[in-house]
Design a protein around this ligand. Structure first.
Ligand code: FES
Length: 125
């Protein structure tokens, strides 16, 4: 129902690891503080990292194409709006309009080939 608080989940299913080969990414939604919070996970060099889908430059989603966050060569996360370029392993902006700022990290838990995102401890959006 509109305006109704959603129930927080302590963790949310994201994907099976086979769905996310190296160099791929996928969006998911957590329910946190009663509100949907969109995040994304990337497979960078065989390791998984997840962040809130909100650019450090202007707080807006970073993907142009559904589930696509990485540069063509897979080395960086790129914001589609003004090209802020982030290190996938740390979330640090390394080029573009907000150098030195960090994406908000979302903890992940991988169990038996399944990736779960864990509710964050960051301040409300
Ligand atoms: S909103 Fe992401 S670079 Fe400007």
């Amino acid at each position: 129902m509109r305006g109704e608080m959603l129930r927080d989940l302590s963790e949310q299913y994201v994907a099976h690891i086979e769905e996310l080969p190296e160099g791929s990414s996928k969006k998911f939604t957590l329910i946190w503080n009663g509100q949907p919070l969109e995040g994304f996970v990337v497979n960078h060099r065989g390791s998984f990292y997840a962040y809130v889908n909100r650019c450090c430059h202007i707080p807006m989603p970073m993907d142009w194409f559904e589930n696509q966050f990485l540069s063509e060569d897979g080395r960086f996360i790129i914001c589609a709006t003004h090209g802020a370029t982030y290190d996938p392993a740390t979330g640090e902006c390394v080029a573009g309009p907000c150098p030195g700022e960090y994406l908000e990290r979302l903890p992940l838990r991988v169990m038996e080939g399944t990736i779960f995102a864990v509710c964050p401890t960051l301040t409300p959006p």
